[in-house]
Write a protein of this length. Sequence first.
Length: 320
Amino acid sequence: MTEEMMVPAGEPGLSLYVRNKRPADMTTFRPERTVLFVHGSTYPAETAFDLPLGGQSWMEYIAARGYDVYLVDVRGYGRSTRPPAMAERPEANPPIARTETAAKDVGSAVEAILKRRNIERLTLIGWSWGTTIMATYTTQNPDKVARLVLYAPQWIRTTPSLVQTGPGPIPAYRTVRKDQARERWLNGVPEDKKAGLIPAGWFEQWADATWASDPESGKSDPPLLRAPNGTVADTAEFWNAGKPVYDPARITVPVLLVAAEWDRDTPAYMRQTLFPLLVNAPTKRMVELGEGTHTIIMERNRLDLFRAVQAFLDEGEAGR
């Protein structure tokens, strides 16, 4: 079954969209079977984690295995409140939703879930920028996190970012076209593999749902999706400058790093550098998936991702 709710973000006028999926007959809620997703830099959570590609979403896949699964949109994304600056010219305001703010938004969602289910902690799953959000929250609130999944993790960048805003001060937000999204998605994929990477109709299904999540997107031709630039500012100030946003040594819960070989948004060197820095995680694992990109979640090998993460989640039930 599915439930939707708006959670206060801790600031007047700001609310966060949270979605829950779980088995309809579930009556007992446990920390090791409670999961929260957060999205990356550009697109909302629901069209990544709860889009029924091929008849099933990742949220449904996990919920079908007896889990209480949630997603949250950070302010400025998806169905969460868009700060007033997003209604103004991008250049008129500083970048919206820096990682520190996004981690607080995740904290608001976590508190609502823990209170709702009367549990003390839960598992966090982040994708791309979302890994930085979830890792940051975990370093600040280790007692509220059972396990941590970092799918396509960010780390110190030594190659150019695929998300650019041009010269000058970083504006409050940026806009993205569907053709730009597809080009970024396929960056780094061998030419002979591109045609079969995304099953027929899946990109269109995702793009239509994602651009529809922005009520302003249909007012331009072609449609433009607005995305906050807090993550771009963090990349410039921290990752591109050789400074981490968080300290991996402060993560004291089991951690899974998982990503695919053709990922150009967060290349392999990032996770390979991060992994040995997780010196205080009681267990840690890094899984490399073949023939997939940063967005393997919506590609023909998506079940490889789902299975790798599920195996890690299920170990929490076993007490590992």
